[in-house]
Write a protein that binds this ligand. Sequence first.
Ligand code: TYD
Ligand code: MG
Length: 482
Amino acid sequence: MTRPSRHHVCTACGATAPKWTGRCSACGEWNTLTEQSGPREPRLGGRDVGAHGWRADEGGLRIALGEHPMRPVPLPSVSPDASEPFPTGIDELDRVLSGGLVPGSVTLLGGEPGIGKSTLVLQAVSATADRGGRALIVAAEESAEQVSRRAARLGSVAEAGFLMSTAHLMAAIEAADQVGPRLLVIDSIQAISDPAISSPAGSPTQVRECAQLLAQYAKATGTATILVGHVTKDGALAGPRTLEHLVDTVLSFEGDRHHALRSLIATKHRYGPAGELGLFEMNEDGLTSITDPSAVLLGDRRPDAAGTVAMPVVEGRRPLLVEVQALVTRSHSAAPRRVVQGVSPSRLALLLAILERRCDCHLGSVDVFASTVGGIKVSEPASDLAVALAVLSSITGFPLPPDAVVFGELGLAGEVRQVARPERRLAEAGRLGFRRAIVPEATPDGPPGMHLQRVRSVVEAVALLGWTDLVRHLKAAPSPAA
Ligand code: TYD
Ligand code: MG
């Protein structure tokens, strides 16, 4: 049992502190710490919460001790089978989860409003039910009619799929107890609350404590649980970041709302590698897994246009061909603009600095726009050379050879550095019909028919393309063709 203790809770961010201070050390707000006594575990006000040895009493929520061995056990005697993932039946979701959902695991699915989170979880519930597993979705934001209308649009749901429309945590847990689902979805964690928790619905404390209770429920009952969470514009999960520490897996669902492409990535995953990328297309009948993403991403490519470069990236384990585009124009403001989509702004700034110094090209009075097609986020430095050549191509007005791909990391001295998994990148490029690759010097040979143009520096790459003078003579403004 935990001893009752006194502690302070911040009303702004939900952080707890052992002592009162004038300023919350977590969020920096003043005068927000309020004293609370009792155990730090969430309280449920003396209610019984189900048939799984769960009880809520004076001391808060407890799992009956008998169910949990209190002695250490030899590691080899612990069966790993219990943590075998089960596939949800949605290919790209299973790929990101390295096989599926692990029983008893808690997954946070974050994304901006309208991106398609509710659609994805509804499809996961439906696919799980189709495979004969019971699945329950708790709709805390939408009425049962709204959800069932959406479900009908997405196709029929098998008998094993259940829906509960409630914003009350206890009602949700009771519903889960009745159904005994293999997959439980809470849509959304921000909309669910418990009046026994003494802070307003939607507040960080509510969100965190409800999530904590659901996590305990998931572990105690072996229910794989997905919590849907809204993310604010700057990418932070609304509510305390501590939610990320509390769950086993954090999935981020991203994309441009005006385009059909959606990407799903695990930023944290306790049961497999993080960073694996899943891709979907959103259309009238929901989300479809994209099985050949490179083909889709290059679908509208115009290889003869200046400023565009095809680059093979490796997100997770999968190679992917992504088109990067740059547009360089004369700036009309004192502080020239650098606008990015899918490319890191600080990385672009660094690349422009390298170009300025090493290629003698003056970028102080031009605006630079750089984006990846479909808004696919490319975080690996292996994309450096491609982004740099896209910028230079826009400046010179000359396109790269239409059958060329580019990869390589750029060092501060303008040197082109080796990157991981060159064979996979070249193989994917070859599969899609590319026959030429501008790559770091140490790159091993690619597939038959692929001609490698190995370069040691960005200056060499520029010379190879015959752009040296064009780039150097650009003093204040890019050529009209750019
Ligand atoms: P939704 O899943 O409600 O987003 P979230 O839960 O992340 O807020 O989906 C939002 C958008 O998706 C909505 O604008 C309509 C669109 N949509 C489709 O294009 N096709 C579909 O089949 C469905 C269900 C939604
Ligand atoms: Mg929703």
